[in-house]
Design a protein around this ligand. Structure first.
Ligand SMILES: C[S@@+](CC[C@H](N)C(=O)[O-])C[C@H]1O[C@@H](n2cnc3c(N)ncnc32)[C@H](O)[C@@H]1O
Length: 498
């Protein structure tokens, strides 16, 4: 078991429930409001399913393009047009391309190469030569997808072995060979992306909750007899995908947005510090949720296709914002990042936000106590929750620094619960945003929250957890850094990770 750097919290603070969460709730009660316009499908990927360009890759973690339009309309500041928009967790770039197609300048940071590929595909589609695309589509129709080309065989990871029926495996390698014959770079990229985006459909797997669910016919040793409804034929799936792409490309308003989009492939925990103060007007984002969801497992097929080695995957998992029980603390990394910029006092100030957020400390104490009592189904949950907030706190403080006065944040996130204890992610992050100098305008609640995992429901009964959009603004005269000589605690109330 991983030794927790946050463990001493529990030793110091045996008395656990002190009503800090209730107090925090009361603090924000006037800001919490159900927003009936935020339907579940608008906030999720669902609305994108029929949306040109956005429908190419099923990225269930995405929000919809319509939601981004909703935020842009809500933040209606004609004097500032065009806006400088940022999404530090850009995913497939919904914020970026939607904002850019409305004339704004958009920058995104995204770590998972699956999302980055989707953004690049959309940018390529903006300017690709339609005739060239059509030409290769015709060529593909007559291209033999058998026999296989061994040097082009699918580069499996251990957890993707046997993911495809043998004939599909052969067709995949022949298709990869075909890709190499495409001279036009943009067309090659788009054809490559078409293949990436059908991997799940043609495989024995299903992205299901936290893991890939496997069909028993795959030949892997499995506990369940699960049978996937449909496993599509490669040829049919790839032609359908390319057909949809061509249709969207034909209907595009060519060259209309790609020059206004900038994508930074990396971690926002490393990259945000490089943005200048006051350089962004609007942030529209949705971070990973604190729910143990592991992107590297769900997207294992796509990562393998991208050429990731086992080691690359491990490293990627550690670099993603901590939201799985396997994540180790990034405290040292963050301290070094700030030290490189001679911003040690800013680092201490941000850590203070974490230290003194009492509802958070209450939650952590409860989780450590639950662990001591053997109540957790994984002993690393307290460490994961601590790391999640520790890192998000840095993101929030950097966002506050980067925003221009009058700027705004719209952030989509869900509350979570462990061992029946609600973690009010919305309230804790909003309080940290205030610590960072932002003003909490609203915490919009989606009309219907989400239930618990079936396991949790069984043990603790059903409780609605809030799904929210936080709306934070940067006041005109906000004080972003502690003033010179301001007191930064040297002996925080709780011992902290080091
Ligand atoms: C909820 S999704 C955002 C989806 C996005 N709104 C869209 O429409 O596609 C969260 C994203 O954060 C990314 N992510 C996780 N850790 C990150 C990090 N440290 N830096 C940048 N992106 C990260 C994940 O890969 C994931 O794509």
């Amino acid at each position: 078991m991983q030794t927790s750097l946050f463990e001493n919290l529990n030793l110091i603070r045996k008395k656990t429930v002190e009503g800090h969460r209730d107090r925090l709730y009361n603090q924000f009660a006037g800001k919490l409001k159900v927003n009936p316009e935020l339907t579940r499908s608008l906030v999720s990927f669902q609305e994108n399913k029929a949306e040109p360009f956005y429908r190419w890759l099923k990225y269930k973690e995405a929000f919809s393009s319509k939601l981004v339009k909703y935020f842009l309309a809500h933040f209606d500041t004609p004097a500032k047009y065009p806006l400088r928009v940022l999404d530090p967790f850009a995913g497939t770039g919904t914020t970026l391309t939607t904002s850019a197609s409305k004339g704004h300048h958009a920058t995104g940071i995204e770590l998972l190469p699956v999302g980055v590929s989707a953004i690049r595909a959309r940018l390529a589609a903006d300017t690709v030569d339609i005739n060239e695309f059509q030409k290769y589509l015709d060529k593909l129709k007559n291209f033999p997808l058998e026999p296989s080309h061994s040097e082009y065989s699918f580069p499996h990871l251990r957890i993707t072995e046997k993911a495809f029926p043998p004939h599909t495996e052969r067709e995949l390698s022949a298709y990869r060979f075909f890709l190499d014959q495409i001279e036009n770079e943009q067309v090659r990229y788009l054809f490559w992306f078409a293949c990436l985006s059908i991997l799940e459909e043609i495989s024995f797997t299903n992205k299901d909750g936290q893991y890939l669910r496997w069909d028993h016919r795959s030949g892997r040793v499995l506990r369940s007899k699960y049978q996937k409804k449909t496993i599509r034929e490669f040829r049919e799936a790839v032609h359908e995908k390319l057909g949809i792409m061509l249709e969207d490309i034909k209907n595009r308003n060519g060259g209309s947005f790609s020059t206004r989009v900038k994508i930074v492939a990396g971690s926002c925990l490393t990259e945000l510090v490089n943005f200048s103060d006051n350089s962004i007007d609007l942030i529209i984002t949705s971070p990973p949720y604190c729910n143990r969801y592991d992107y590297t497992r769900s997207y294992a097929l796509e990562l393998a296709f991208l050429g990731f080695s086992e080691e690359d995957v491990k490293q990627l998992r550690q670099t993603l914002l901590s939201a799985t029980v396997e994540n180790r603390t990034k405290r040292e990394h963050l301290a070094a990042t700030y030290a490189r910029q001679n911003r040690e006092s800013a680092f201490d100030w941000v850590v203070d936000g974490f230290n003194f957020q009492e509802a958070l400390q209450e939650v952590l104490s409860l989780l450590y106590a639950a662990r001591e009592n053997g109540k957790l189904n994984n002993n690393n949950i307290p460490q994961m929750v601590a790391s999640y907030f520790f890192e998000m706190n840095f993101v929030v403080h950097e966002m506050a620094r980067i925003l221009s006065p009058g700027g705004r944040v719209y952030m989509v996130n869900d509350n979570v619960q462990y061992v029946g204890e609600e973690i009010p992610v919305d309230l804790i992050l909003s309080d940290l945003a205030e610590h960072a100098g932002l003003r909490v305008d609203h915490i919009w609640i989606l009309p219907r929250g989400k239930g618990n995992s079936s396991q949790q429901m069984g043990n603790f009964g059903r409780k609605e957890l809030r799904k929210c959009v936080y709306v934070w603004s940067k006041p005109a005269n906000t004080r972003l850094k502690p003033a010179k000589g301001a007191k930064i605690s040297t002996s925080p109330r709780f011992s902290l990770p080091n």
